[in-house]
Ligand binder design. Structure first.
Ligand SMILES: C[S@@+](CC[C@H](N)C(=O)[O-])C[C@H]1O[C@@H](n2cnc3c(N)ncnc32)[C@H](O)[C@@H]1O
Length: 294
């Protein structure tokens, strides 16, 4: 692998950005989180990738001084199917998206609910186009499933929403193909066998709730309760012993501070504006945590 960043990747990557809206997406916090990216590391792992805000930031800024080797994964199969479709079959995906866009503009409500009710069986490209279309036209860009795992967010209130950005998707396709981007649909712990010393891992799990009513962890039917937070903290400690560089985001709660108490000196509180709440009045400034081991 070359020690310098590939010039083609650098050029294309300059304006790459996330192609879906995602609850808990880190785009708005990038200006703060970027300060904690280590100066030097080998491979990159983002096992709660969602919309991949940090991954795309790192592509844009050519932070890695050599060809990228990024492992992007998520337990949400629909999200990973979208990444895989963009990487593997962009032409067909664009055709489906163009069809969806035309149909949506004819009669947004009718098309949205018809698409939401659709089940495309094993056609991954149609599924990916459905996911992107619903993501860009649903209420608040939310992703929420019921107990059966069926997406149940109502239509959003948009006038002429842009369903896809052809230029960006083309760049994302090129970046993922020119670089060694590995995409997996699995639980974060599966990266354990792939991680080596001096790899950099960004953990951005569903947050521990600030209180009983503030919880939003409906990315999948599995949820992410206290035992899951504990399991993740144990993994953090294990990877620390294996001399990996780890960065983790979570809510600023006593529970999280206690779970990572051995890293107290590296627990940093950052300010943010919470956007998931449907009531704008309640989208107040609050702090959340960055925890690191380096
Ligand atoms: C806070 S979001 C990540 C947001 C992401 N950093 C971004 O910029 O869009 C949390 C993600 O964790 C995923 N997730 C939940 N449980 C998981 C698990 N056990 N293993 C891997 N991913 C999981 C969800 O599907 C969701 O995409």
């Amino acid at each position: 692998m070359s020690l310098e960043v590939n010039p083609v990747v650098k050029n294309i990557g300059r304006t790459c950005h996330p192609f879906i809206k995602w609850a808990g997406g880190k785009s708005r916090l990038i200006s703060q989180i970027k300060n904690f990216i280590p100066l030097e590391f080998n491979n990159y792992f983002e096992p709660f990738v969602g919309s991949g805000a940090l991954f795309f930031y790192m592509v844009r800024s050519s932070i890695i001084k050599r060809d990228f080797c990024a492992h992007l994964s998520d337990i949400n199969s629909e999200v990973i199917n979208v990444y895989k479709s963009i990487k593997g079959n962009l032409t067909d995906l664009i055709r489906e998206l163009q069809y969806n866009e035309i149909e949506y503009y004819k009669d947004p409500k009718r098309f949205y609910y018809k698409l939401r009710a659709d089940d495309f069986g094993f056609n991954d490209i149609k599924k990916a186009a459905r996911f992107i279309t619903l993501n860009k036209t649903c209420y608040n860009g939310l992703y929420r499933v019921n107990k059966k795992g069926v997406f149940n967010v109502p239509i959003g209130n948009y006038i002429n929403p842009k369903i896809f950005d052809l230029e960006n998707l083309t760049k994302v396709n090129k970046i993922m193909n020119l670089t060694n981007t590995i995409l997996e649909n699995y639980d974060y712990h599966n990266i354990s066998t792939k991680i080596k010393e001096n790899d950099f891992i960004y953990f951005d799990p569903p947050y521990h709730p600030l209180n009983e009513t503030s919880n939003f962890t409906n990315y999948t039917i599995h949820g992410f309760d206290y035992n899951q937070q504990k399991r993740l903290a144990n993994f953090f400690y294990e990877l620390d012993k294996r001399k990996c560089k780890i960065l983790l985001s979570n809510s600023d709660t006593t529970v999280i501070r206690d779970l990572y108490s051995s890293f107290t000196e590296n627990i940093i509180s950052i300010n943010t504006l919470r956007s998931i709440n449907s009531n704008p009045e309640r989208r107040k400034n609050h702090s959340e945590l960055i925890i690191k081991n380096f």
